[in-house]
Ligand binder design. Structure first.
Ligand code: FES
Length: 143
């Protein structure tokens, strides 16, 4: 039985983008799917609260590689907050669909993204402890 992969999925599988490991990464995380056994590892570099660089290593199927590849292209430049809210449906749309039995591969990619951002955030708790400065007008109101 052959799966019906889109041309975009095949392109990302055969010529994946952002594959490898970032040296001196700001955060690294691995995730895996207990059912299929596939794994992904992500490393990120962060600057000014944005994902400056992201790379991945795949220990999985064609769809595992393609979904991680396209996702890394999509999230580069996003803020960490945007990356944590990134939805796997965006990957499926960008790849012009995935076979139903391969949709979970895009979910694994997003789990990996959320995990690597979470690792970064845990290493930088100061990001959350900064008090928000509210501008208060000091001018007196006319009566
Ligand atoms: Fe499980 Fe692709 S078959 S991630």
């Amino acid at each position: 039985m052959s799966l019906n992969y889109s041309k975009k999925t095949m392109k990302h599988f055969l010529h994946p983008k952002n594959i490898g490991e970032i040296k001196n990464a700001d955060a690294v995380a691995e995730v895996g799917n207990m059912v299929c056994g596939d794994q992904l590892s992500f490393s990120i570099k962060v600057k000014d609260g944005k994902i400056k660089d992201i790379k991945f290593l795949s220990f999985g199927c064609a769809s595992n590689i393609a979904t991680a590849s396209v996702m890394t292209e999509m999230v580069k430049g996003m803020t960490l907050e945007e990356a944590q809210k990134f939805d796997w449906n965006n990957i499926v749309k960008k790849l012009d669909g995935l076979p139903q039995q391969k949709v979970h591969c895009s979910i694994l990619a997003v789990e990996g993204l959320r995990e690597v951002v979470s690792v970064y955030n845990k290493k930088h708790p100061e990001i959350f402890s900064k008090p928000k400065i509210k501008k208060v007008s000091t001018s007196k109101t006319k009566k």
